[in-house]
Design a protein around this ligand. Sequence first.
Ligand code: ADP
Ligand code: ZN
Length: 297
Amino acid sequence: MPLFGALEAGGTKMVCAVGDASGNILERISLPTRSPEETMPDMLDFFRAKKLAAVGIGCFGPVDLDRASPTYGSILATPKLSWRNFPMVETFRRTLGIPVGFDTDVNAAALGESTWGCTREAANSIYITVGTGVGVGVIINGKPYHGMTHPEAGHIFVARHPDDPMEKGICPYHGNCLEGLASGPALERRWGKKAQELADCGEVWALEAYYIGQAICNYIMILSPEKIVLGGGVTHQERMLPLVRQEVRRQLGGYLQGKGLDDLDNYIVPISLGDNQGVMGAVKLAMDEYAAEAAPV
Ligand code: ADP
Ligand code: ZN
């Protein structure tokens, strides 16, 4: 059975794994994200030592996903300056000599859930992470969605709550976008404590649910997903999910009808693959790239 390499490339850590075509993760290591010069050799050593058919990468972004572009597979405007313009796909392809699948970290996580997890029955689904940033992976007809580029639905504009005590959101690009108002660091800026230390403050989570609920209403109106997965550090707060569902119901205002909306508990759901949806999605990216390159033209 062929083996596939998987890399979940994040701003703080790089998770390298080996998986099989059933999504089993057989081995994994986690390396701190330093500069490419410091981090790439260790990652490449890990993968080179295995007999891999292909490797898949779910990468922090934005990234260039246009296969016709000379910089396809590179990281673009990241605040991690040493990684800006780094040719991720090129480097793996050249060094390992095997097919390299590539997508955003959130599209990979969405793909992991839709291949082996809680959205496998749905052809159209989204995966939202609320952590250090806010990101959304989009699956349309079973495939990660790309258009001009990939969606950046963590940076959508939401209406600020009139009672929000934070004067302005913290996104360096947009101020009051969703990420600027609702990410873990935004919670910390607004309330003066880390999000995990705010468990007992009802108003914190009511306001957070107001923003996340608003965003989800927009995603529902635009994409009509059949199921929505909510993950990321901030959603470790148990009271978040019920509050978010309540906000979604309230803000939709009874306008829409659809199977999912009759049963929000099964429509907006927590992650199902533990911490593995990202690497499992990267395995699927590797499998798909392997199949595409093996297929006769
Ligand atoms: P990343 O987004 O970097 O991959 P995480 O998804 O773990 O990592 O998100 C980190 C953010 O989540 C931090 O801002 C942290 O404060 C917040 N966070 C982590 N654990 C919790 C928790 N139990 N409750 C609320 N917020 C949390
Ligand atoms: Zn933004």
